[in-house]
Design a protein around this ligand. Structure first.
Ligand SMILES: [Fe+2]
Ligand SMILES: [Fe+2]
Length: 186
């Protein structure tokens, strides 16, 4: 007798599974998008920005895998997304970070839509799982916004772009709460 692999009973609905697979798609595309940006930065000599983006491309892949694990553990089937149409060339370093901010805001909206859906249908297990992403998106938006602000604060003239690239290399500690004034101390 063949072993039954697919479980017939589960609390994850097909609609929620589809939404999670759409989020997998979005995280996978984010990873590819940032990898492409990292490569462009590297070819342009923005080595700190490149390293920052290589790390973030990897983080987005980890986000994707986190959802993979959840969907399959919950009795669903996580799907490897098709990744096509990734942009390879950018007009400026500033444009790269403006696009990242725009993209992260879209990701936040997408996460919030799924969280709202889970709340409506009382799928508190998935709702709970997604709280990690809610917090993560707050951090990612802060980081992207800070990067865009650097262009305004420092300016791109003279050694400005070089300085901005240096500062982007220090950004990770900014949003992960290891920067100053995050412990309540003044
Ligand atoms: Fe992500
Ligand atoms: Fe992100």
């Amino acid at each position: 007798m063949k072993k039954q692999i697919v479980t017939t009973s589960r609390s994850l609905t097909e609609e929620t599974e589809d939404k999670l697979n759409e989020q997998i798609d979005m995280e996978g595309k984010s990873s590819a998008y940032y990898l492409s940006m990292a490569s462009w930065c590297e070819t342009m000599g923005y080595s700190n920005a490149a390293q920052f983006l290589y790390r973030h491309a990897e983080e987005e892949r980890q986000h994707m895998l986190k959802i993979f694990g959840y969907v399959n553990d919950a009795g669903g089937h996580a799907l490897q997304p098709e990744i096509t149409g990734i942009r390879h060339k950018f007009d400026s370093l500033r444009e790269v970070f403006e696009l990242i901010l725009e993209h992260e805001v879209e990701v936040t909206k997408s996460i919030n839509t799924i969280v709202d859906h889970c709340f409506q249908i009382k799928d508190f297990t998935t709702f709970n799982f997604l709280q990690w992403f809610v917090t993560e998106q707050r951090e990612e938006e802060t980081l992207a916004r800070r990067a865009v602000e650097l262009f305004v604060i420092i300016g791109e003239e003279g050694v400005g772009l070089w300085t901005i690239d240096q500062e982007i290399g220090n950004l990770d500690s900014f949003a992960t709460g290891t920067g100053p004034n995050t412990t309540g101390a003044i």
